[in-house]
Ligand binder design. Structure first.
Ligand code: SF4
Length: 400
């Protein structure tokens, strides 16, 4: 990760990381556990000539198995776990009159808040990101279920995001010397790794997940990769918690716009009533929203922030096209919505593997164990507001 900050081309950092993945894969003592983010499956195919937005989930699973991965998990599963914790947290905070709550799954947004809006940090959800939640459970619950020594496990993430490398190294994520996630490859780095190993995605037969504990996902987990997706996933689960039955219209249309800053009011029912929400993607709109909160002129309960315009479907680690940005991001996003529609289970709380995790291990959101594994804190890392949004953006995307 640090190499990326000093090496102008990023090449040094990338070579080191892909070499380390190969070291792990070839070490018989190590059990490699891979995860890939919701947006990777719709942004990766382009690297191998698939049409923009093709869902190559099955190809990625096959590629990882060809590389020699021991266990292939899905970050989408962890996105469902995040929703379990975050919905409970949000309802609890609303009950206490604490508002607004900001989402916390985008590490570039966390960095931005810690540096420029430390006064707003108490408003951030304490729930870790899906990447980190997956790592934490993959080093505790998973080895316990599978009878593996946790010390042998290395978790490797494939992310559409450069900031996830930085997130993995945060000192408050992990226990002692054991980090939750050991390595992060961007989508582009993963493509290079496959090419180095002579693997062409197009010649692989798509495969499916087979881990019985941490690879199933709901449609709600799938849409995390686009702006408004976390919000919609959370609304589906909050509605169920408050009313005891599912939302009639699973797809919450008012949350699905694409403007940089959007607002809506969603009827959640019960004592909570209408929840006022805002969604910002891109740091310009995020800054605008933070300034309004600081000035006391904004009136929201829940705010989703994604640093990349479009959300992770056009993340800084994905193949990106400045010219075709909007068209490509929308195509990838449409595929995520199609995955949601095609997934039999559409709410995080109905994911059977998530239900088993809580029944057999965590008990309930915010239990002592859930708190220890799935929640974190943020620190004031204030810097003078001298960086422009463009500078910060360059920092996020600093990788070749
Ligand atoms: Fe990473 Fe961008 Fe997604 Fe944030 S929005 S998690 S910086 S890819």
């Amino acid at each position: 990760g640090q190499c990326l900050l000093v090496c102008p081309t990023g090449a040094l950092g990338e070579r080191d990381e892909t070499d380390r993945v190969l070291d792990y894969l070839f070490d018989p003592e190590i059990v490699t556990v891979f995860q890939f983010a919701p947006a990777v499956r719709v942004g990766f195919g382009e690297e191998f000539g698939f049409p923009v937005g093709t869902n190559v989930e099955g190809h990625i699973i096959a590629a990882l198995r060809s590389l020699g991965a021991d266990i292939v998990l899905d970050t989408n599963f962890a996105a469902d776990v995040v929703i379990m914790e975050e919905s409970a947290e949000l309802l609890r905070r609303l009950g206490d009159g604490r508002r607004p709550t900001f989402t916390s799954c985008c590490p570039a947004w966390i960095n931005f808040a810690e540096r420029h809006y430390p006064d707003l940090l108490p408003l951030l959800s304490s729930t870790k990101s899906p990447q980190q939640c997956l790592g934490a459970i993959a080093k505790t619950y998973l080895p316990e279920r599978m009878g593996i020594d946790p010390a042998r496990i290395r978790v490797i993430s494939i992310m559409p995001c450069v900031a996830k490398k930085d997130e993995r190294a945060r000192s408050q994520l992990g226990a002692g010397d054991v980090q939750e996630v050991d390595l992060v490859l961007t989508t582009r780095e993963f493509a290079r790794l496959l090419k180095r190993r002579g693997l062409d995605l197009r010649s692989l037969t798509p495969s499916t997940f087979d881990n019985p504990y941490m690879s199933a996902y709901s449609g709600a987990g799938a849409i995390f990769g686009t702006t408004g997706g976390v919000m919609e996933a959370a609304v589906r689960t909050m509605y169920r918690i408050v009313n005891g039955h599912e939302l009639d219209h699973t797809e919450v249309a008012p949350l699905r716009g694409f403007e940089g800053l959007r607002t809506a009011a969603v009827e959640v029912g019960g004592p909570i009533g209408r929840v006022k929400v805002a969604m910002a993607h891109g740091l310009g709109p995020a800054r605008e929203l933070c300034e309004r909160i600081r000035a006391g002129t904004a009136d929201f309960d829940f705010i989703e922030i994604m640093a990349c315009p479009g959300g992770c479907v056009d993340g800084g680690g994905n193949l990106r096209s400045k010219k075709a940005y909007r068209r490509n991001a929308l195509k990838r996003r449409d595929t995520l919505f199609a995955i949601d529609r095609a997934t039999p289970v559409r709410q995080s709380h109905n994911n059977p593997q998530v239900q088993a995790l809580y029944r057999d291990y965590l008990e309930q959101p915010f239990s002592e164990r859930a708190h220890r594994l799935l929640h974190t804190w943020y620190s004031d890392r204030r810097v003078a507001m001298t960086l422009t949004v463009k500078d910060i953006w360059n920092e996020i995307t600093m990788s070749t």
